[in-house]
Design a protein around this ligand. Structure first.
Ligand code: ZN
Length: 220
């Protein structure tokens, strides 16, 4: 089944979702909280289209797999094909900005990392990418910093700003396009700020793209 993106004005995007290209450790404070070194080049991984679900649907914790962490991330909707793209081509190709959870089976990921094995199964399972609606790029000035936050049961848990990214959005997407062709309908996740933690049944998570969009979801 194809996942079709929604815009915050209620319209649907005509390009279906292909893949979600993600970056690990794009905020120094988050790298530190997991005792990871700050990387010199972006660490990329992909979540398949089958991992994406609407963020406002109840979140489901996979059973018997240990802790499932939320990571709140700025999500960028790609609106044109990008391969070895220039910064200008990237700027022109951004169709919208939203929020996502990069759900991570942290215990499983830690075990796999210890063994130097790839950690796809900890990041790319069905439902691993709850995704919000997108604010249309035309309604934004991408030259200005974007701020976002996430509250758990009303208490501030994570906050991030494009100012704090190790690799900012435009150069990050340009870098990604040197490795993977990005296509209209693909989504880029830009990394999580500090404050990640485990989902628990009954929790309410409220995300806000400051001044632009907010949404709420619950953990089943
Ligand atoms: Zn992440």
């Amino acid at each position: 089944m194809q996942y079709l993106h929604k815009f915050t004005d209620g319209s649907t995007y005509h390009f279906p979702l292909g893949k979600v290209v993600c970056v690990g450790r794009n905020y120094a404070e988050h790298a530190k909280e997991l005792n990871n070194p700050v990387p010199s080049t972006p660490i990329l991984f992909i979540k398949p289209a089958t991992s994406v679900v609407p963020l406002t649907d109840p979140l489901v914790i996979p059973e018997g797999q240990g802790a499932c962490h939320f990571e709140t991330e700025l999500a960028i909707l790609i609106g044109a094909s990008l391969r070895h793209a220039t910064h200008e081509q990237v700027r022109d190709a951004i169709a919208g900005v939203g929020l996502a959870f990069d759900l991570t089976l942290r215990d499983l990921q830690s075990t796999l990392k210890e063994k130097s094995l790839p950690w796809e199964i900890a990041k790319s399972f069905d439902g691993a990418c709850p995704l919000s609606a997108f604010v249309k790029a035309a309604e934004l000035n991408l030259e200005n910093p974007l701020h976002f936050s996430m509250k758990v049961d009303g208490k501030l848990q994570q906050q991030g700003s494009t100012d704090d990214m190790i690799t900012p959005i435009i150069p990050l997407i340009a870098y990604m396009s040197q490795h993977f062709t990005l296509q209209a309908g693909d989504v880029v996740l830009t990394g999580t700020p500090a404050g990640v933690g485990p989902l628990a049944s009954g929790m309410t998570l409220a995300v806000e793209l400051t001044g632009l969009y907010s949404a709420e979801t619950n953990v089943r």
